[in-house]
Design a binder for this molecule. Sequence first.
Ligand SMILES: Cc1cc2nc3c(=O)[nH]c(=O)nc-3n(C[C@H](O)[C@H](O)[C@H](O)COP(=O)(O)OP(=O)(O)OC[C@H]3O[C@@H](n4cnc5c(N)ncnc54)[C@H](O)[C@@H]3O)c2cc1C
Length: 422
Amino acid sequence: MAENVLIRIAVIGGGVAGATVANALFQLGNMDVFMYESASEFSERGAAVGLAGQAQLALQQAIPLAQELLRKAGAVPMNSSHLLLGSGPAAGTVIVDLEDDGSCEVIVHRASLLRELLAPFPQERLHASKKLIDITVMEDESLEIRFEDGTSDRFDAVVGADGIFSSVRNHVLGDAAAEHVPTPAGFWDCRVLVPFDKASSTLGKKHFEVDRQYGWIGDGAFIMHDILENRTTIQCIISGVEKDPPKNRKRPLTREFLTDILGTWLDGPIAKGAIDLVLDQPDPQGYSQWEHKSTPTYANGRVCIVGDAAHATSPWQGAGAGQAFEDAVVLGTLLGKITRPQDIGAAFKAFDTVRRPRCQRIIDSSRDTGEVLCGVKKAVALDPGKLLGALVDRWTFILTFDLEEHKREALEKMEEFKMSLE
Ligand SMILES: Cc1cc2nc3c(=O)[nH]c(=O)nc-3n(C[C@H](O)[C@H](O)[C@H](O)COP(=O)(O)OP(=O)(O)OC[C@H]3O[C@@H](n4cnc5c(N)ncnc54)[C@H](O)[C@@H]3O)c2cc1C
């Protein structure tokens, strides 16, 4: 019987994807895992992230103490969700009431989620201020990775979790990388966190009587607000269609710009308050949403990409983090079954085969959902009946996904690839 070898693996990037993958692989017992982050500390910018039931299920498989981890991160259950019209004469009409969908979504502050995802991973294996600049495939197929600080190290495998502008992605795609860079998805957004009392008095107390997420669909824009951190904080988001993406991916937000974008909303129930909350922030900015429109592969030999490095998506279906968790589950399932570095290539190829169609479908569906929610999908526009028809089943393929079957398919593919690579 072949002797089991400890496989040395580097996870590049210490965001939500990197932290989840590193934990999932470390607990397998056959992986010697190290994580490298370019920033001087492991931290997460941005406001909140919504995790639907499917995302929590995947996180639980990647990290068994997930529910405890989410509790420590201050995750708040989102008991119900209303989608309403925000502009025009019918403003205030409820389009979809997701009160009873049973999806058990939670909303969690991004920085708190990352803090708790990093906590179970051995701290001596976390390395900050380590920016990967190059990967070289050696004669024996091991990988030498070089960092900007002049240091280098050898690994049997590399997992790139280094975000939308990933360097590992460039290595994986090789000559095809230039054709598959991230591009604007066609929308911008601005997210602010505001104390509960201030938000409820500015947006209207009746919207805060129950812990509910509100999404306001309207002419060329979408406004959302939800409750965080034990009803102490509100996240308010204004998003809009973007025709002229700024080169540096952000634009300063002024009253003139926002009242122009939300001109047809101003007589309605929500826009004026949302504008006031955003402009009350120091230096408010709108950020372009970027995505990977297509990616020819997530794997090349013993290097693969996960999370936003592989499949950055616009946020309209709230599925990016959930996809990173599913990546971690599938990688853990595959790598847990290998006993020698020679089989890493087959495992990563199987990962690519099963994960890419799923993630690509979400990227395309999410962009389309943005068009519907901003009222610019031609066949739907702002017609309440058509909006209901366009939205009601939109999340089903994400939320009712059979992860067990996905893992089984991945293992089957790996066996096929192992035989063909022998
Ligand atoms: C506005 C917005 C809203 C979202 N809302 C939701 C939501 O509601 N629900 C949901 O499920 N998902 C949501 N997402 C998506 C989700 O946040 C991401 O998909 C998820 O966090 C995975 O990110 P990541 O770890 O792959 O990348 P990142 O968070 O970008 O992490 C990458 C890390 O790699 C590091 N790095 C980069 N280059 C290098 C290098 N060369 N060497 C070493 N380290 C490097 C970076 O510093 C960073 O720490 C949203 C995303 C955005 C942008």
